[in-house]
Design a protein around this ligand. Structure first.
Ligand SMILES: NC(=O)c1ccc[n+]([C@@H]2O[C@H](COP(=O)([O-])OP(=O)(O)OC[C@H]3O[C@@H](n4cnc5c(N)ncnc54)[C@H](O)[C@@H]3O)[C@@H](O)[C@H]2O)c1
Length: 466
């Protein structure tokens, strides 16, 4: 079918998503699956990414995504680099481009870099010939919709654009499940007639498969700010338990027992209480930095300091972890083969953005260790993250080969695979004394100790043979 024939297909609505990343791709695939009468097109300036979305090898690893894409692609789901055509024919445009932390100028290291965001606004103006609803899917600072509305209203064609906020709460690794059965969908709009009509149109998309009571409609500003606050609260829980894991190690208390004890209190709840080397991912750090920056810009220093502490604890936790490795390996890592089990920022994704493994690797290299990285999905990204030191690092997908001749194993990602390895066999092939530092508390520590390892979990007594 050529593009003109495609245009003439009797689709009820035409949805465009600008940005075919971790959010845009899966979100649009699920919308296309659930709304077969809508045409859903995802565009990106990255031609390689679009090529991969159109191939059997999708650009991101996400459980269940292949099946969803296979069902909808070519039927009512299309991936393209033709941003202009996509904009022209769309009734509703989701903007899901990256909004990283600014690395230059005012607000460097804290504020959101909205250059990609603003560029899409300009593209929308340039290529539109009729009214459209613009949906903020990217995570943006509160009040971004106001700026977006201003830019879009400056068009000389007299076109009305209505900006609606619809932040995405999916988590990588469970994205498809999160999209199929979200706890809630949030849609924010202006309280005007056009605002309410636009919000109703977006509600209409999700109502195809999500119970109406789980679709929340709020003001634009509450919606934008809710996304930053949700990530700040989630990260805060991780930093809270991690801050106490350090105290547990000093007092022989066990952080897992504490998490179980406090998590049983329904007011606290049991999720996000696993102590670890710390959180990673593209969102938590950038969104908290952004929240802190916004609070400071309103001169709310205490609010800013409070949330900034969540990030400080996260840094403390990974530095503390490496410090323990150095101390336990007799204060020198020079020439020692140290193996990282996992490089992705969490299990079930190949994403390594802000993964604690990056800083752990760099710290180990500074100590002149021989670092070997193993991961079932993230080695390509790891190579890019470590491009400047690539020749000092070995990448080995097979955990057994990686561990051969090693002095220490560091579990950095909670892949199920690492629970199931034959550690007796691994122990035999390692230099002695052999160490395991379980940065995710996923292994059977008593069993490893029995095999002969010195075992160092997070936030619980070490099991050594001294
Ligand atoms: N990754 C997550 O888990 C997650 C979850 C919720 C929300 N978010 C938010 O969603 C947004 C997107 O995140 P992501 O992880 O999908 O990012 P990503 O980097 O994977 O994808 C963004 C894509 O946008 C494309 N792009 C940038 N400018 C463009 C333009 N002008 N025209 C066309 N394409 C353009 C880029 O090439 C890239 O492929 C961010 O604001 C993020 O904070 C991410």
């Amino acid at each position: 079918m050529n593009s003109e024939e495609e245009r003439l297909q009797p689709f009820e609505k035409r949805i465009l998503c600008i940005g075919a990343g971790y959010v845009g791709g899966p979100t649009m695939a699920v919308i296309a699956l659930k709304c077969p009468t809508y045409k859903v097109t995802v565009v990106d300036i990255n031609a390689r990414r679009i090529e991969q979305w159109n191939s059997p090898q999708l650009p991101i690893f996400e459980p269940g995504l292949d099946e969803v894409v296979q069902k909808a692609r070519g039927r009512n789901l299309f991936f393209s680099t033709d941003v202009a055509a996509g904009i022209r024919e769309a009734d509703i445009i989701f903007v899901s481009v990256n909004t990283p932390t600014k690395s230059f100028g005012l607000g460097a290291g804290a504020a959101a870099d909205l250059q990609y965001w603003e560029k899409t606004a300009q593209q929308i103006i340039d290529h539109s010939d009729g009214a459209k609803i613009i949906v903020e899917k990217s995570t943006v600072p509160v009040k971004t919709a106001e700026a977006m509305q201003r830019i879009l209203s400056s068009n000389q064609k007299g076109i009305h654009f209505e900006v609606v906020s619809n932040p995405e709460f999916l988590a990588e690794g469970t994205a498809v499940q999160d999209l199929l059965e979200p706890d809630r969908v949030l849609i924010g709009s202006l309280p005007t007639e056009t605002g309410k009509t636009a919000a109703a149109a977006i509600v209409g998309i999700y109502a195809h498969w999500i119970p109406r009571e789980r679709i929340l409609t709020t003001s634009l500003w509450s919606s934008e700010l809710s996304k930053l606050v949700a990530n700040a609260f989630l990260a805060q829980r991780i930093s809270s338990i991690n801050s106490l894991s350090a105290l547990c190690e000093e007092t022989q208390a066990d952080v897992t027992e504490i998490a179980t004890a406090i998590g049983a209190d329904s007011r606290i709840g049991s999720k996000f209480l696993n102590a670890s080397i710390g959180f990673g991912g593209s969102c938590f750090k950038k969104d908290i930095n952004n929240l802190v920056y916004i609070a400071r810009s309103y001169n709310l220093q205490e609010t800013a300091d409070y949330w900034e502490m969540v990030l400080k604890i996260n840094d403390f936790q990974s530095r503390r972890f490496v410090g323990k490795v150095i101390r336990q390996l007799f204060n020198t890592l020079v020439g020692k083969r140290i193996v990282l089990f996992g490089f992705a920022f969490k299990a079930n994704t190949g994403d390594t953005r802000e993964s604690p493994a990056i800083s752990v690797t760099r710290q180990l290299l500074e100590e002149r260790a021989r670092v070997v990285i193993s991961d079932p999905q993230a080695l390509d990204n790891a190579r890019l993250d470590l491009a400047d030191v690539e020749n000092q690092v070995e990448f080995e997908p097979d955990p057994y080969r990686a561990a051969a001749g090693a002095r220490a194993l560091l579990v950095l990602t909670e892949w199920d695979l690492y629970r199931k390895l034959d550690y007796q066999l691994i122990f035999q092939g390692m230099e002695k004394p052999a160490f395991i530092f379980d940065g995710r508390n996923i292994l059977d520590h008593a069993r490893l100790h029995e095999i002969g390892f010195h075992v160092f979990p997070i936030g619980k007594p070490a099991l050594t043979h001294y």
